[in-house]
Design a protein around this ligand. Structure first.
Ligand code: ZN
Length: 166
């Protein structure tokens, strides 16, 4: 568990950086699939993550951060998607939005858990703030998901997105 501020900030920085990269990738895929509208959604998401990354960097200042292993912050992809998102030229907006949402939810849960369990009040405060930010991202993606066509043949069961309950 993250019990030091540098560790928490390192994790947050890595999460936002990873999110920005994946969003740029998803934006490229959507633009290549002639879906500029959804592409623009991902460009916006990439910008939000990038901005958040900068804000966290400012908070870090001269602090020395620990190095993380990539499994501690990499996005999870569903079994249907390959390791590298960029070769999936036929990815539908729905699938792309779901991948993004699943990872935003993961980020949200991570921050919420830290907010609940951290002893350091500054970590608690930041984690709660970051969790609310992720919650906003999930809400934005949900809006687009509600309008997206469900490609059931590629996304076998198409289960409903998990509600944010917490
Ligand atoms: Zn986010």
């Amino acid at each position: 568990m993250t019990d030091s501020l540098p560790e928490f900030l390192a994790h947050s920085l890595a999460l936002e950086h990873e999110a920005a990269e994946r969003y740029r990738e998803l934006a490229d895929i959507m633009e290549n699939n002639l879906n500029p509208e959804v592409g623009a959604v991902f460009r916006d998401m990439a910008r939000f993550s990038g901005r958040h990354h900068h804000e966290i960097k400012a908070r870090v200042g001269a602090m020395v951060l620990p190095e993380l292993k990539s499994w501690q912050y990499r996005w999870a992809t569903p079994p249907e998607a390959t390791d590298s998102l960029d070769i999936d030229f036929f990815m539908q907006p729905y699938n792309a939005l779901r991948i993004a949402r699943d990872n935003e939810l993961r980020g949200y849960k991570y921050y919420r858990q830290i907010a609940r369990e951290a002893a350091d009040p500054e970590i608690k405060r930041l984690a709660e703030e970051f969790a609310q930010e992720e919650r906003g991202h999930i809400a934005a993606l949900d809006k687009w998901l509600a309008q997206a066509h469900r490609p059931s043949e590629t996304w076998e069961k198409d289960p409903e997105p998990v509600e944010v309950t917490d």
